[in-house]
Design a protein around this ligand. Structure first.
Ligand SMILES: [Zn+2]
Length: 41
């Protein structure tokens, strides 16, 4: 079931967090590939 969710997000043109798969806001262009929750570096 989790794999289906991953594929679902991969097919989306919108940016998603590569770590948690959460869809990120379009305004988060400053973030590389992670959401603010994962982008703790
Ligand atoms: Zn994340």
């Amino acid at each position: 079931m989790l794999e289906n969710v991953v594929e679902f997000f991969k097919n989306l043109p919108e940016k998603t967090c590569v770590q948690c798969g959460k869809k990120m806001e379009e305004q988060s262009e400053c973030y590389s590939h992670s959401c603010e929750n994962c982008n703790t570096i």
